[in-house]
Design a protein around this ligand. Structure first.
Ligand SMILES: [Zn+2]
Length: 290
């Protein structure tokens, strides 16, 4: 199965009323567990690299591994840069063979966000690479009481259509009450706002900050118009906890620690895929809607 852009897969998901995950994979064992889960569940997804990781000395090697892993998978897998902060980071990812890049200009004033995103879109589309951008601003869970709970950074529906048209972006990340990392307090999603945002554009909408939401909240967000959901924090926390628990085992070794990492990603990613309704959509064929 080829390494493919997430964009046409998201259009399928949007039409089919389900969502595809983006799982960040900082290293090879996490990536292997993630792709095994996708194969077992007949699901497609994006494997993601967080932008600061693309600056690491090992970034080219990790990217080459992820490309090979995706190419050999039995389901379509996209490779996406997450939260690219500069055009240079996005170009670096494109050179490494990524199928999609997310450029995050959401902390910039709107006009600057539009201009910067448009530049990334031009470079990416020239290379056949899809682009996600963020409008409004998804904050972090530790500042949730000051941000999300007070609707700070929420996407303004009036800005959606002009933003999409002026940037030419393929996927839009929107802010309606989610946050990155661990939520301080209960996350409250404004699904009425999400439905309004959904009505403003035809392109797929992405939700960041999936860790810590309930299955009911995921299903509500998908029904209200989200087609892509980013998850990472929970995977990292659960894997860390299981490694700590395993440290006391009599047979604990380098090899068994590797299994814990791989198996935790495999199990947790499979569960997200089920909740998002993405299981069983592949490999029955790219042409047929599942
Ligand atoms: Zn994010």
């Amino acid at each position: 199965m080829p390494l493919v852009s997430i964009v046409p897969l998201l259009h399928r998901a949007q039409a089919g009323g389900y969502a595809l995950p983006l799982f960040l994979t900082p290293e090879m064992l996490a990536a292997e567990g993630t792709v095994r889960a996708l194969e077992e569940r007949g699901a497609s997804a994006a494997v993601g690299v967080y932008a600061p990781w693309i600056e690491r000395p090992t970034a080219r090697a990790l990217s080459a591994y992820l490309v090979a892993l995706a190419e050999e998978a039995s389901v379509p897998v996209a490779l996406m840069l997450d939260h690219g902060a500069t055009l240079e980071q996005c170009v670096r990812a494109i050179r490494f063979g990524f199928t999609d890049v997310m450029f995050d200009g959401s902390a910039l004033p709107l006009e600057e966000n539009i201009a910067a995103t448009r530049t990334v879109v031009r470079a990416a589309h020239a290379a056949g690479v899809g682009v996600e951008a963020e409008l409004g601003h998804v904050g972090t869970g530790t500042e949730y009481q000051e941000m999300g709970a007070r609707r700070v950074g929420f996407t303004d529906p009036c800005t959606v259509a002009p933003y999409v048209q002026e940037t030419g972006v393929d996927v839009l990340a929107v802010a309606f009450g989610t946050a990155h990392g661990v939520y301080r307090g209960e996350p409250h999603l404004d699904l009425d706002l999400l439905r309004d945002l959904r009505a403003c554009t035809d392109i797929p909408l992405a939700m960041h900050g999936g860790s810590g939401l309930s299955a009911e909240q995921f299903r509500g967000a998908i029904a209200a118009g989200v087609s892509k959901i980013n998850v990472f924090t929970e995977l990292g926390l659960t894997t860390g906890r299981r490694l700590c628990e395993h440290a006391g085992a009599e047979d604990a070794s380098y090899f068994t620690f590797q299994e814990v990492i791989r198996d935790t990603f495999r199990e947790r990613c499979a569960e997200y895929v089920e909740v998002f309704g993405a299981a069983g959509r592949f490999p029955e064929g790219m042409g047929a809607e599942g």
